[in-house]
Design a binder for this molecule. Structure first.
Ligand SMILES: C[S@@+](CC[C@H](N)C(=O)[O-])C[C@H]1O[C@@H](n2cnc3c(N)ncnc32)[C@H](O)[C@@H]1O
Length: 332
């Protein structure tokens, strides 16, 4: 079966349109298209370097990076059936990539990288230190986690054990889980004397994906932890989590012209709103639901920045402050 995504065509064995899919060689998962779109778009804004797609499956992400952003790419997967599919897919797209069939740890430690993509099934627990140690200074890692239930569902104790933070249930859990995951990644770097800077974060479907740049230095590594703390959310304590900026606005501006898929474009439209505030406002007042677009329009009329958030369909992000927001909501 051949599927098309971005500028590549990919031979797959099985294809999933929704959800996590099932673990099998040569599988294609449409619901991860946004995760791949943003990897390519982000790298396209930078001077091409060398990238490792460390858990490449069919090779789709790495092949897109090579073809659409001009980076030199190494594909790796320990399953030999995937290695064969990657060879066929690189031929199919006339893309020159190196193909390794090694275990993750051998692949990441085989040289120093400008970008490493870590895309495991479930949690990347145990994988990140090796990647961070083998990044060049100011190199970037893109990491997926698909065990969102451990930070948002019924297994918060497991989330505590894996990610070292207490999450919460409720409307804020998608933003809280994303910020716990960013904290987790930054702490892995800090332990190795590297300061992590969050460049972009996606909370979509069953996954969280973050892109973090790492700079070497003990002092900057210490400072990188300054924005990690516990927070009180609706009477519960969550954290520790990262409360700083999730997006690099300069990068976002450079990504504007990327030919995103429709879904990725929808997510991208909210990126500029996410850092307007920590968490978000909701559209209900005194049990009344007010049209989100009406609230946003009113906020903008008053000179505030405002827009939707990918962390909640009904959420609104704005720089207006809670008192002004409450006043505006009551006036509508
Ligand atoms: C979620 S899939 C990757 C999907 C792919 N990146 C994509 O965008 O379609 C995870 C892949 O990691 C590979 N894998 C799992 N553990 C590995 C390890 N220790 N070393 C190398 N590859 C591994 C699996 O064979 C599987 O193909």
């Amino acid at each position: 079966m051949i599927v098309r995504e971005g500028a590549v065509e990919i031979e797959t064995i099985s294809s999933f349109e929704k959800g996590p899919g099932s673990i099998s060689p040569g599988f294609y998962n449409r619901s991860m298209e946004a995760s791949r779109d943003f990897s390519v778009a982000l790298l396209k804004t930078m001077k091409p370097g060398i990238a490792l797609d460390s858990m490449a499956g069919t090779g789709i992400r790495g092949l897109r990076i090579a073809k659409e952003s001009g980076w030199k790419v190494v594909l790796n997967d320990r399953d030999p059936r995937n290695t064969e599919i990657q060879k066929r897919n690189s031929k199919l797209n006339a893309v020159d990539v190196e193909i390794m069939g090694d275990d993750y740890f051998c692949a990441v430690s085989s040289r120093k990288w400008d970008y490493i993509d870590v895309d495991p099934f479930g949690t990347p627990s145990g994988l990140l230190e090796a990647a961070i140690m083998n990044l060049k200074n100011n190199g970037i890692i893109g990491i997926t986690m698909t065990d969102t239930a451990n930070l948002e569902g019924k297994s918060l104790d497991k989330g505590m054990r894996i990610y070292g933070s207490r999450s919460i249930h409720g409307i804020y859990s998608r933003e809280i889980s994303t910020r716990i995951f960013v904290k987790y990644v930054m702490e892995r770097g800090a332990s190795l004397g590297r300061a992590g800077k969050s460049l972009l974060a996606i909370r979509e479907g069953h996954f969280i994906r973050v892109f973090v740049r790492f700079r070497k230095g003990n002092k900057v590594a210490d400072e990188s932890l300054n924005e990690i703390r516990n927070v009180d959310v609706e009477g519960e304590t969550a954290g520790p989590l990262y409360v700083g900026k999730l997006y690099d606005t300069e990068l976002i501006t450079k990504m504007e012209d990327f030919p995103f898929s429709e879904n990725s474009r929808r997510l991208f439209a909210n990126f500029r709103n996410e850092d307007l505030m920590f968490l978000f406002f909701t559209n209900s007042s005194d049990k009344r639901e007010i049209r989100k677009s009406a609230i946003i329009e009113k906020l903008k009329d008053k000179g505030y920045k405002a827009g939707g958030t990918n962390f909640n369909d009904k959420g609104i992000k704005s720089d207006c402050g809670i008192d002004e927001y409450t006043k505006i909501l009551k006036s509508l």
